[in-house]
Design a protein around this ligand. Structure first.
Ligand code: SAH
Ligand code: SF4
Length: 350
């Protein structure tokens, strides 16, 4: 759809509830027309909170000494994968802190291979979200059988990026962009995204983020509200933030506008939206999202993977979070793509 930057900014600032609800309805209509009615599931495994980075917004940044660091064992990850197979999720996402040691790269490769073997009869789609890695590592994991990768640009504005990250070589905007290019070059379906409602972020920045996604020609997108965490440097900027309901509403508008700009990509209804409202993910689906990532991380470590505070579902297990969502989708007559990968249509058509 031919929305220009000015129109996008105007819609992001739109306050009239009728205009906003028309925008959501139009995005939903376009979604159904283009990628279909189905919502696809990806069981989320938070494999480890050990991270070498120090992003100024993130609860598991390396300088946060109040976090108990964990790493799931191979068997714990395989149990989660089995759960996903039995539950009919079709795909999993392995997400965690960024590590660069050789043992880590090797262990992830082995895990991917094991999951492939485990799901021989009904292969699980495997998405990774393990940060910036050298091209060889991306290639190695791709060869092992991973086929989708999520790496958020966080913000497409170089200056704002520098404000929310330490200024050192491992937190550089250019290497983030390079990593996204490397992922595309390797052959992954590439997902990126941004945080919405960051301090100093304007509607103009967000419009540029959407245009960045289109320019980069992404396959998938996961974006959600920024949520302050008391054990991070950005906590001190919390008075500059929009109220939670406005951050959520802005996030929903971003989903809807992206659906209009890129009708055939996969867009996730993210957990951070659910943090700001119990039905935040459901609202995102009604605004054009078509992917949900139920959390399957085992209870014992869930509370240690807090990128932000008040993360929902910390007490739930995977089946409970699944059934609540399922109930909503059933009520709305929205089908779930059980046992299907639900790959990005844009990627398939490219
Ligand atoms: N380490 C990997 C994956 C885990 S972090 C990576 O950084 O890519 C996954 C995402 O969580 C990040 O991309 C960021 O957008 C989001 N995140 C981190 N802290 C957050 C916060 N305080 N509020 C909202 N989202 C946050
Ligand atoms: Fe590490 Fe990702 Fe958190 Fe940054 S956002 S500190 S890379 S887990």
């Amino acid at each position: 759809m031919g929305l220009d930057r000015e129109q996008i900014v105007e819609l992001l600032n739109e306050k009239d509830p009728q205009v906003v609800s028309n925008l959501f309805a139009e995005a939903y209509r376009i979604k159904v027309e283009t990628v279909g009615e189905e919502v696809y599931l990806r069981g989320l495994i938070e494999i480890s909170n050990i991270c070498r980075k120090n992003c100024l917004y993130c609860g598991i940044r390396s300088d946060n000494s109040t976090v108990n660091r964990y790493q799931l064992t191979k068997d714990e990850v395989l149990d989660a994968a089995k759960f996903a197979i039995d539950a009919g999720y079709g795909s999993i996402v392995i997400q965690g802190g960024e590590r660069h040691d050789k043992a880590f790269a090797r262990d992830i490769r082995k895990l991917i291979k094991k999951i492939k073997r485990l799901s021989r009869e009904n292969p699980l789609g495997i998405t990774l979200s393990l940060g910036e890695q050298p091209l060889e590592v991306y290639e190695d994991w791709f060869d092992a059988g991973a086929h989708r990768y999520l790496l958020r640009i966080e913000t497409s504005d170089n200056q704002l990026y520098n404000m929310i990250h330490p200024s050192d070589p491992i937190h550089s905007f250019n290497s983030r962009v390079q990593a996204l290019l490397d992922l595309k070059y390797t052959g992954y379906q590439v997902g990126t995204g941004v945080m919405i409602g960051l301090p100093f972020q304007t509607a103009g920045h967000l419009a540029d983020d959407l245009l960045f996604f289109r320019e980069f020609d992404i396959d998938m997108c996961g974006m959600g509200p920024y949520i302050e965490h008391s054990q991070t440097p950005m906590w001190s900027l919390r008075t500059l933030l929009l109220p939670p309901e406005e951050r959520l509403s802005l996030s929903l508008k971003m989903v809807a506008l992206l659906r209009l700009l890129m009708p055939d990509i996969n867009i996730a209804a993210t957990t951070a939206m659910q943090t700001l409202h119990p039905e935040g993910r459901e609202m995102a689906i009604m605004a054009g999202a078509n992917v949900v990532m139920p959390n399957m991380t085992i209870q014992q470590v869930r509370k240690e993977y807090k990128l932000y505070e008040n993360k929902p579902g910390i007490e739930d297990d995977a089946a409970i979070s699944k059934s609540r969502l399922e109930h909503f989708l059933n009520e709305k007559n929205i089908p779930i793509g059980w046992n299907r990968w639900g790959d990005s249509l844009r990627f398939r058509n490219r």
